[in-house]
Design a protein around this ligand. Structure first.
Ligand code: GDP
Length: 219
């Protein structure tokens, strides 16, 4: 998939503020400093649309980035940052819960985990929380360029085991430095976009089928 446009479209803290155009959405979660802003910027090929955090944990909103005018990437506040107080943490939890409980547009969560270290307690809790809601998850292992290839298999296994990865959930190694994994992530998104067209516009497919018949002259 080629990225032709991307912009910060909507900033929301509650349901009434979410976009109303029914486009598929992909949620990005991960602890502060895991590389989430870099991940977004790498995917959409922009240097600074998602601001890399000088002050981690500061965004307390759901930021909806509209990409190619066809889907949203949603940046969720990073967790596990020490200076965020209990009340703020509680509010953030409620905001994410409200989103996950009601959002039929949400197709998949990309959960970012640092490839260099074992998932933290907060990572484990977040993953359990997502599984409680039966949400499909792709684990993005960030900063792949910092891990020697001899350690790849060992680290992947440790992360899978620690999270107790569910059947159907997958893992993508990612680096915003050398773009490892970028195409794989876009492929995951693209598969949902195709599915959405199929579910919402079956006539569009019928047209493709008939167009093909004409092209190949076999109808
Ligand atoms: P966020 O807090 O999750 O949004 O994390 P950022 O995207 O701001 O990244 C945190 C730090 O990790 C920054 O210094 C980034 O330059 C660095 N970083 C992010 N992704 C990568 C990566 O793939 N490789 C390397 N080597 N550093 C990265």
């Amino acid at each position: 998939m080629k990225i032709t446009s991307a912009k910060l479209d909507t900033i929301a803290v509650r349901r009434s503020q979410y976009p109303k155009d029914n486009k598929p959405e992909f949620l990005l979660v991960g602890r502060s400093n895991v590389g989430k802003s870099s991940f977004i910027n790498t995917l959409i090929e922009q240097k600074n649309l998602a601001r890399t955090s000088s002050r981690p944990g500061k965004t307390q909103t759901l930021n909806f980035y509209l990409v190619n005018d066809s889907f949203y990437l949603i940046d969720v506040p990073g967790y596990g940052y020490a200076s965020v107080n209990h009340e703020q943490q509680h509010k953030m939890g409620l905001m994410i819960e409200e989103y996950l409980e009601h959002r039929k547009e949400m197709k998949r969560v990309f959960m970012l985990v640092d490839f260099r270290i074992k998932p933290t307690e907060n990572d484990i809790l977040m993953y359990k929380f997502l599984k409680y809601y039966n949400i499909p998850v792709t684990i993005i292992l960030t900063k792949e360029d910092k891990v020697g290839s001899s350690k790849h298999n060992r680290n992947v296994k440790a992360i899978k085991d620690t999270l107790n990865l569910a059947v159907g959930d997958d893992i993508i190694l990612f680096s915003s430095v050398n773009k490892t994994g970028r195409n794989e992530v876009l492929k995951v998104i693209e598969n949902y976009l195709i599915e959405t067209i199929w579910l919402t516009k079956p006539l569009f497919y019928l047209k493709i089928i008939f167009d093909n018949r004409r092209i190949y002259g076999n109808g």
